[in-house]
Design a protein around this ligand. Structure first.
Ligand SMILES: Nc1ncnc2c1ncn2[C@@H]1O[C@H](COP(=O)(O)OP(=O)(O)O)[C@@H](O)[C@H]1O
Ligand SMILES: [Mg+2]
Length: 556
């Protein structure tokens, strides 16, 4: 990593090379330029309208993290981060931040390699943009360095309150910016302010997406490739890290808060942001094109059954039926591939559990948000750095049996805990619900079978299947369609063994017959098969009855 001085010199050289054009670089932004070099006190009011307004949000956002250990070791690198990325790429995030709607409107159709302003074609203008960009990068490097110099020890003061730290960073930033010899336009000034404070106080270039409520997932595939999921669709994001060390510093910042670390000896790590968002990071050499960072944002306001009906994931009729199944204490497996909406559906099904029952939830990363009062939430724990102290889902399922649960909810069964789960389901804890990763109802059963075998109990296959057939009543299978929508595609009864095979009986199936509309949206719907499930007796035993019309064949 080159020193600050070297980078500044390089930036200056680039600027000269790029600009045979008029020497006193005019600002392309027609925004009202600040008056000539002003003393800090004069400049402060001028700058307030932009920056602090931005930060009012920022300060309130729960994602912002105190830069703890990550910064200490990386002051030098931090300065280095402010290198010179592709000018056009860097220019865009500000538009997103400052004029959210315009920025958003621009993003969907765009792919990263396309220039933000395709009409800029002439060499002279391109040189101008490059020159301007270099200047901003130079100022950023300068400001960043001074900021770290002035605030250094305070940045690591664990006792300092986060908002106090943010205030100090902002004050110093304003001072340093105002003391610049050549004034910045107010647009550039607020951009520099935002980018630097995102870097020091938040999660750098992806901060803006973490704060955007429309974005549900942020996926970084190396420093220069960032994608987000917005409204169910994946799109390229207008964000780029300066280089790999910059990305690593952000990853370090996230994981170090949880007392974890990511390095050569543990190159994969799961973590969580303070707001509950789930984070996974994999660093090179396991991840080939730079570190990969995946953040599944925590839904502050989780979907309700009405939302899922509005999205077309459930029909009102199936929602009523599923509610009856949960109240009637059926054991339910929600299955589907990653991102199909299993956890969301599990949360909705759990919301049907009567309030007077004691619920124990068991998850790898606490995602469920139950509204009931009587809930015990348990979360598994990975091993520590010496490989000790792990508590897995299986341990928690076993333990939960001693906690007098009425219902056990398991976030995702992915290992031998399947055996304990089946045993719990068939020994008085009926009404339990779990999710399993699978490609269809039949596949759900074979996955569970395989997971039970992982317990290494040497159980005969037939015994395992019998256990499954008697424990599981219903499979709710969910699929993510190409258009980003999620649908329950099968509601399937698990019947008894016939020979060596468990019989499955679909009660509702998604009918694809209607095809797709011009935008790729599915026109199909979930239809009943006309068959009445046999578990109605079990439900009746729990005083829950279902209107037989629910199962009437619908031909509409
Ligand atoms: N029925 C749905 N319709 C639209 N989006 C959904 C639906 N269910 C879930 N989502 C969204 O899909 C993403 C993945 O959902 P999640 O329930 O975590 O999936 P899984 O547990 O199967 O991996 C989340 O961003 C969530 O907001
Ligand atoms: Mg899930």
């Amino acid at each position: 990593m080159s020193t600050l001085a070297e980078r500044l010199a390089a930036a200056a050289a680039r600027r000269q090379a790029a600009a045979p054009a008029p020497p006193p670089a005019p600002e392309p932004a027609p925004a009202p330029a600040a008056p000539a070099p002003t003393p800090p006190s004069d400049a402060a009011p001028d700058s307030t309208p932009d920056a602090p307004a931005d930060h009012a949000d920022h300060g309130a956002a729960p994602e912002t993290a105190r830069p703890e250990t990550g910064l200490d070791a990386t002051i030098a690198r931090s300065i280095g981060h402010v290198g010179t990325p592709d000018p056009v790429e860097k220019a865009a995030p500000v538009q997103v931040k400052k004029v959210p709607d315009a920025g958003r409107a621009e993003v969907p159709g765009r792919h990263k390699p396309l220039p933000a302003k395709p009409e800029v074609t002439s060499g002279a203008r391109r040189a101008l943009v490059a020159q301007q960009q270099d200047r901003i990068e130079e100022i950023k490097a300068n400001v960043h360095g001074q900021l770290l110099q002035q605030l250094g020890p305070q940045l690591y003061d664990a006792k300092m309150d986060q908002s106090e730290l943010e205030n100090r960073v902002r004050v110093v930033l304003q001072e340093v910016l105002s003391a610049q010899e050549r004034p910045l336009s107010s647009a550039d000034r607020s951009r520099v302010t935002q980018e630097i404070s995102d870097d020091i106080l938040g999660y750098g270039p992806i901060e803006t997406y973490l704060r955007d409520p429309e974005v549900s997932e942020v996926m970084v595939n190396g420093p220069h490739s960032v994608f987000v999921e917005r409204n169910g669709r994946i799109e390229a994001a207008d964000a780029t890290f300066v280089d790999e060390p910059h990305l690593r510093r952000i990853i370090d910042k996230i994981v170090s808060r949880l007392g974890r670390r990511v390095d050569e000896s543990s190159p994969m790590v799961d973590a969580r942001l303070p707001d509950g968002s789930r984070v996974n990071a994999v660093i090179p050499p396991l991840s080939i094109d730079g570190s990969a960072l995946t953040i599944r944002k925590f839904a502050a306001d989780p979907f309700t059954v009405d939302d899922l009906i509005a999205f077309g994931s459930f029909t009102p009729r199936t929602a009523d039926f599923l509610e009856a199944c949960v109240r009637g204490r059926l054991n339910v497996i929600v299955s589907g591939s990653t991102g199909a909406g299993k956890t969301t559906t599990l949360n909705v099904l759990s919301s049907f559990i009567p309030r007077d029952e004691r619920i124990v939830t068991i998850e790898d990363a606490a995602e469920l948000q139950l509204k009931q009062d009587h809930v015990v939430r348990l979360e598994s724990r990975p091993p520590n750095i010496e490989g000790k102290g792990a508590v897995d889902i299986r341990d928690l399922v076993k333990n939960s049996l001693r906690m007098r649960p009425d219902r056990i909810i398991v976030g995702e069964v992915r290992d031998a805990s399947a055996l304990d789960m089946l045993q719990a389901m068939s020994t008085g804890h009926d009404g339990s619900i779990a999710t399993v990763h699978s490609n269809g109802p039949r596949d759900t059963l074979s996955r569970i079978e395989t997971m039970v075998l992982m317990a290494g109990m040497d159980l005969p296959m037939r015994a395992i299947r019998e256990q499954m057939a008697s424990a599981i009543d219903l499979i709710v299978h969910q699929t993510r369609f190409k258009d980003g929508s999620r649908h329950v595609t099968h509601i399937t009864e698990v019947e008894r063994m016939e020979g060596d095979v468990i019989t499955l009986q679909d009660v509702f199936v998604y009918d694809h017959g209607a095809g797709f509309d011009a935008t790729g949206r599915s026109l199909g719907r979930l239809r009943s098969t006309g068959l009445r499930p046999k578990f109605l007796d079990k439900m009746a035993y729990h005083n829950v009855t279902v209107d037989p019309m629910v199962f009437a064949l619908d031909r509409s």
